[in-house]
Design a protein around this ligand. Structure first.
Ligand SMILES: C[S@@+](CC[C@H](N)C(=O)[O-])C[C@H]1O[C@@H](n2cnc3c(N)ncnc32)[C@H](O)[C@@H]1O
Length: 374
């Protein structure tokens, strides 16, 4: 049952996204235009095929299009006007399916308006996308069944929900074993003070409800997910003096994490794996997260947790996984990642990306940048 404060937040958020904002440019922060990393060509093309009105009402903060999507069933939490759903519906193909759920009527209306347009553009006989009006913390009420999705995505939404544990618990329930939550959201550098958490505009702008980044792994563990895998991160800046004063020393990043739900199997050991280059759009290399990039035909030694993920998820088909503790025969190079090099702090990653970007002005990044490149 929602508390009176939760109900008030929902009402304010619905007004903000249903009536106050009309397009991405109306936002007061750069959460939506933060640079991340180059967008693969096939994703760029899928985004370019999305109808202009849908793209204009995009309010996401990252790129939530993972790899290996053919035939997958995907659920988008807080799908808004449907930009990510439509890009994904093309990438999963006619045998896959995408469901978008959002609580704001105006957003769901825009999304529904263009189903026929996109299916025609992709040449699909029957729609493979559905939009539902409902609450992401109450997926059961919306008719979403246990273990029914391969992937759950979400783009800048969970911060807007007061009860984040309830959302993640629902995601865990609806994911199949081996499935993952691949999501971009806003994180704070500290536990947010009351003054920020109760500020209506900051909440609407996705800052006031941001999770302290260290709390994500605590929540994930409590629910049963593997530890979060950090994919990308970039700093958010606020272009409004009044809001800056309220925020004070707190910093924000938008970050993409992947959270896997694995079947309960016995313990695994670290071992060598070789990527076979079979994943569409990632034939030369697969950038799995900020720590692991798998180059085709190159042996990489990975830790127990990564082995468990690769063995038990949809990525299994893309890898040759060596017997525990043994080396695989390879004609290519061999690499091993030192534990001390593993990066889990999105603020540290955003700092590294910033300095890398200033060294190379040619980088094209971010979700919105992808649109501008069209
Ligand atoms: C920042 S927008 C992002 C929309 C979309 N993901 C995109 O990238 O354009 C946040 C969306 O989350 C929705 N939302 C917020 N809280 C929600 C909740 N508890 N249940 C369902 N939708 C919610 C809002 O209606 C809004 O459309």
């Amino acid at each position: 049952v929602a508390t009176p404060r939760d109900a008030e937040i929902r009402k304010d958020v619905q007004t903000y996204y249903g009536q106050v904002l009309k397009k991405s440019a109306d936002l007061q922060t750069n959460a939506c235009v933060t640079a991340a990393r180059p967008v693969p060509q096939h994703i760029r093309e899928a985004l370019q095929n999305v109808h202009e009105e849908v793209s204009l009402r995009y309010y996401g903060c990252g790129l939530v299009i993972p790899e290996c999507l053919e035939n997958c069933w995907i659920l988008d939490l807080g799908s808004g006007s449907g930009r990510d759903c439509y890009a994904l519906s093309q990438l999963v193909g006619e045998k896959g399916h995408v469901t978008g759920i959002d609580m704001t009527e105006g957003q769901v209306e825009v999304a529904n308006k263009y189903i026929e347009y996109h299916m025609g553009k992709y040449g699909f006989q029957a729609p493979n996308v559905t939009f539902i009006r409902g609450y992401i913390e109450k997926l059961e009420e919306a008719g979403i069944k246990n273990e029914s999705y391969d992937i759950v995505i979400s783009n800048c939404v969970i911060n807007l929900v007061p009860d984040k544990q309830q959302v993640l618990q629902e995601v865990y329930r609806v994911l199949k074993h081996g499935g993952e939550l691949y999501f971009s959201d806003v994180y704070a550098s500290l536990e947010l003070p009351e003054e920020i958490r109760t500020h209506k505009v900051l909440w609407g702008e996705c800052l006031g409800g941001a999770l302290y980044w260290k709390d994500l792994s605590i929540l994930a563990k409590k629910i049963g997910f593997c530890p979060p895998r950090l994919v990308t991160a970039s700093f958010i800046t606020v272009q409004n003096k009044e809001l800056e004063n309220v925020i004070g020393d707190c910093r924000f990043v938008s970050a993409t994490f992947r959270l896997f739900k694995l079947p309960k199997t016995g313990p695994t050991q670290k071992c060598q794996v070789i990527y076979n280059g079979g994943i569409t759009g990632h034939e030369k290399e697969l950038i799995f997260d900020a720590n692991f990039t798998f180059k085709k035909d190159e042996a990489v030694e990975v830790d127990e947790e990564t082995v468990a993920i690769l063995k038990n998820s949809r990525f299994a088909q893309g890898f040759l996984i060596g017997p525990d503790g043994e080396k695989l025969p390879t004609c290519g190079a061999y690499t091993a990642l030192e534990v001390k090099d593993v990066i889990t702090d999105p603020f540290e990653l955003a700092g590294r990306s910033d300095s890398a970007e200033s060294r190379s002005s040619s980088a094209v990044g971010g979700c919105c940048s992808a649109k501008k490149c069209s």
